[in-house]
Design a protein around this ligand. Structure first.
Ligand code: PMP
Length: 396
């Protein structure tokens, strides 16, 4: 190994360990379902983004297998050479139909979708107004575009309007975008889409909503923008196929012209092999299940409301989430870490979330109840929360 790399890694790893930022990875021996096993130990799983339980849905597994039988395990090329299979086109049409837009483009992940889509449209002559709590993939996509990045206070519409006004009046920028998560993944709050649309129309802002945590959850599954009935007012409805959809991939739904542009300029679409046929088929089927039967989304909300009420009743602070995302806020970073360790030991799998992912002093564990949990599993988790919370003096 090169001496400089050795030095970099040794120093870097020691530094990460000292700051508590070194990742130790838990390895599951089971599927990532409502219950998981790690090292043979069964636990109630409250850490996944598998909102509708689709990661292990038998119908999705079946169409995944059928598509694999038909098309093989891999797409064989990037989309613009000959890696576009009929199933990719069918998936994109299905996404557009579900989202209420003219067209859609699928990427291989939500992360590379944000990297590719933002940088395909925004340039160094432009500005991006970005909510300060936006996801890392948005931040990286904005950086890649080389546009001027202007941070907007979290969900502060006065700050957005003021900064939009200043950016327009400066005359410095050719285009200005406002970009936000549709649902914020740490607190579960919903973006104020009607107000965003009003401000965007006033200042001619391009609007980009990353709905990774709203799709499959709000608007009968079609997401945050549909929830507010404003599908034709948001330029980019971005989402993932990896959370509620249960598979892998990302997408943008929007106007035909926008999608045409992204299919020629979105670099991961041009230079990275397309989604596997099995993933594309399973993702399409997931949308069909939501369209045919609303019980998946309803089960998610029933379970989330049930779980939240019980946690609150035993004395926990669960913040002000408006969605199934359920934080248990502890404040102290070390306490959050100790609490999650104890919960795991007792059979509830949740992860601590601490600074810098959330502001200092708002350490928490984040619960993601989903449609596949049974009430018995949730009751079992609550009993463990009660026991551990009392042991650590968090609740009385
Ligand atoms: N955007 C948001 C808001 C997310 O939470 C995530 C996933 N953590 C992503 C994008 C990336 O999606 P994916 O996992 O499909 O790459």
């Amino acid at each position: 190994m090169s001496k400089s790399l050795e030095h970099f890694l040794d120093e870097g790893l020691a530094n990460l360990k000292e700051k508590g930022l070194y990742n130790t990875i838990d390895v599951l021996d089971s599927a990532n379902g409502p219950e998981i096993t790690i090292d043979g130990k069964r636990m109630i799983n409250l850490a996944s983004n598998n909102y509708l339980g689709f990661a292990t849905n038998p119908d999705l597994m079946q169409v995944c297998n059928e598509a694999t039988d038909k098309y093989g395990v891999g797409a064989g090329a990037v989309r613009t050479i000959n890696g576009t299979l009929k199933i990719h086109e069918e998936l994109e049409n299905k996404i557009a139909e579900f989202k209420g837009t003219e067209a859609a483009i699928a990427f291989q992940s939500g992360f590379n979708c944000n990297m590719g889509a933002i940088s395909a449209v925004m340039t160094k002559e432009d500005a991006i107004l970005s909510d300060e709590l936006n996801h890392a993939s948005i931040i990286d996509g904005c950086r890649l575009s080389r546009a001027k990045i202007i941070r907007v206070k979290h969900q502060d519409m006065e700050d957005l309007e003021q900064k939009a006004k200043e950016a327009v009046e400066s005359g410095q920028y050719k285009k200005i975008m406002y970009i936000t998560d549709g649902v914020f993944s740490m607190d579960g709050d919903i973006a104020n889409i009607p107000e965003i649309v009003r401000i965007a129309e006033k200042y001619d802002l391009i609007t980009y909503v990353d709905d990774a945590h709203g799709s499959g959850v709000l608007g009968k599954g079609a997401g945050t923008v549909k929830h507010f009935g404003l599908s034709d007012k948001i330029d980019f409805q971005m989402g993932t196929l990896s959370k509620a959809i249960g598979v892998v991939g990302g997408y943008v739904a929007g106007s035909q012209r926008l999608i045409d542009w992204l299919k020629s300029q979105g670099r991961p679409f041009l230079f990275s092999t397309s989604l596997t046929p099995g993933a594309a088929a399973a993702a399409k089927k997931a949308i069909e299940l939501m369209q045919e039967d609303d019980h998946y989304v309803q089960d998610l909300w029933d379970n989330a409301n049930y779980f939240k009420e019980k946690l609150q009743a035993i004395g926990y602070d669960i913040g002000k989430s408006e969605t199934p995302i359920t934080p248990v806020i502890l404040g102290d970073e070390l306490l959050a870490q100790k609490f999650s360790k104890k919960l795991i030991e007792n059979g509830v799998y949740v992860k601590p979330i601490v600074f810098p992912t959330v502001p200092m002093g708002t350490g928490r564990v984040r619960n993601m109840p989903n449609a596949a949990h049974t009430k018995e599993m949730l009751d079992e988790a609550i009993a463990i929360y009660e026991k551990v919370g009392k042991e650590l003096g968090i609740i009385k």
